[in-house]
Design a protein around this ligand. Structure first.
Ligand code: MRU
Length: 336
């Protein structure tokens, strides 16, 4: 396999490595990702996370497993396990189905490697295309809000929503970024804030419950978020809390844009009700890591994602187009 490098994933000396995102921002440690069983654990613990990146990581892991001489039956088993590692981000199924198609057509090990490398390279190019499409929306000097982490840590490239923000900042169109902390696993506080510091982008970290005040006061001109799955009608799933941000943005007349590559669009889902939502462990809400602040016996509701209806979307930024709410309503997504 050729050497590959992104912020949170690399192939070095022929081995696959992922940055352990659970340890950021303080510790940068790399985990081996060649074994499918181990990679499933990395994905489920969110050591590797973000819709595009879990697809890229799973495909590369599958190819590395093939390169190690795995038998066809072991590959079939690894395919099932990797594809099912998390249920909401469709990029995982999209990438694994591409790998399985090569296997089913009798492709060789080098064929599997080539397709996995192409999935990585394509994701880099999709991020650049989204950045170009999205940056065109901004007027000079806007302050934006983002939720969760849709940055370079979540993709092989510069990110989806954060890639757009980064490009717009370089063009003088973004002056400040408000970063939602993103309860319960703090992807905004731990990961997006870390990316902002590294990129030198002026930013302010807020708890999720503070965004409405800033919108009321006119401090936020635009909201950009990522997506884990976009349905045919433009409804989309993203990190839990996104729906609430969209409701607040609509109330305050703040433009709201999900940003996603084509690999996140699932035309087989007619609308958001068809998107499977991952439920995670109660401990993630009762506390964080080893620290617990709620009674151990308190029942918990912990969906990892929510669905924002297309009715709250100003426009959807894709790699190949920006679709307005009217265009989404007219079914343009399935005609691109
Ligand atoms: O649970 P996570 O951290 O994988 O959730 C990630 C998100 O919800 C992102 O916003 C989404 O995957 C888009 S990443 C470009």
């Amino acid at each position: 396999m050729k050497p590959l490098h992104s912020l949170a994933l690399k192939v070095e000396g022929g081995k696959l490595w992922v940055l352990d995102q659970t340890r950021l921002p303080d510790v940068e440690s790399w985990l081996e990702g060649d074994d499918p069983g181990v990679m499933v654990g990395h994905i489920q613990r969110l050591s590797v996370r973000g819709a595009p990146l879990i697809g890229v990581a799973a495909a590369l892991c599958f190819a590395r497993f093939a390169e190690s001489g795995a038998a066809k039956s072991a590959l079939e088993d690894a395919f099932q396990k990797l594809r099912r590692a998390r249920p909401t981000a469709v990029n995982l199924m999209w990438a694994m189905d591409r790998m399985k198609a090569v296997l089913d057509e009798g492709g060789s090990v080098p064929d599997l490697t080539r397709v996995a490398e192409a999935i990585f390279d394509e994701d880099v190019a999709l991020c650049e295309a989204m950045a170009a499409q999205g940056a065109a929306l901004f007027s000079p000097g806007e302050a934006v809000l983002t939720h969760c982490n849709a940055g370079a840590l979540a993709t092989a490239g510069i990110g989806t929503a954060v890639g757009v923000i980064r490009r717009a900042f370089e063009l003088g169109k973004v002056s400040h970024v408000f970063v939602d902390e993103t309860r319960p696993l703090l992807q905004g506080a731990r990961l997006t804030a870390w990316e902002m510091v590294r990129a030198g982008i002026p930013h302010t970290l807020i708890t999720d419950s503070m965004a409405a005040i800033l919108m009321r006061d006119g401090s936020i001109q635009r909201v950009l978020v990522g997506a884990d799955r976009v349905a045919a009608n433009g409804d989309f799933a993203n990190k839990v809390g996104t729906y609430g941000v969209a409701v607040q943005a609509a109330h305050h007349g703040v433009p709201f844009h999900p940003v996603a590559p084509w690999s996140t669009v699932d035309l087989a889902c007619a609308n958001g009700a068809a998107i499977p939502i991952e439920e995670r462990a109660a401990a993630e809400v009762r506390g964080f890591g080893a620290l617990r602040w709620a009674p151990e016996s308190s029942p918990v509701f912990n969906p990892s994602f929510d669905v924002t209806p297309a009715a709250l979307v100003t426009s959807l930024v894709l790699d190949r187009a920006v679709l307005s709410q009217a265009q989404l309503n007219a079914g343009m997504l399935s005609r691109l």
